[in-house]
Design a protein. Structure first.
Length: 110
């Protein structure tokens, strides 16, 4: 069954339900018009372009994570590990308490 036949059947059933008598020519014209309207529905209401630039939240999150990972990789490749805190960013003071590494300011790399 092609699409025009589908619309003809739908209109024929609707006409029968309404006790409406239509000729085959009228049925063909109505079916052609309904088929054309259906084919242009998305364009008429903007649905054909509404989702064109849509991007899922998951895709945005994945891109953000990849950017952060690349930024961190570049940062690690362009810096050297801090020898004072051994990349932890934390050292012990004279009383044994944790404190921010004074050499790297707590970032773990120089």
């Amino acid at each position: 069954m092609n699409s025009l036949e589908y619309w003809k059947e739908c209109i024929s059933i609707a006409a029968d339900d309404c006790c409406l008598a239509i000729t085959d020519e009228q049925l063909n014209e109505l079916a052609g018009s309904v088929q054309g309207g259906h084919e242009n529905f998305d364009m008429a209401f903007g649905y054909d372009v509404a989702d064109r630039n849509w991007e899922s939240d998951e895709s945005k999150e994945l891109k953000r994570i990849k950017r952060e990972q690349e930024s961190r990789r570049v940062w690690i490749a362009s810096t050297k590990p801090c020898r004072v805190c051994t990349t932890t960013g934390v050292v012990r003071d004279g009383l044994g308490r944790d404190m921010t590494c004074p050499r790297c300011n707590g970032v773990g790399r120089i």
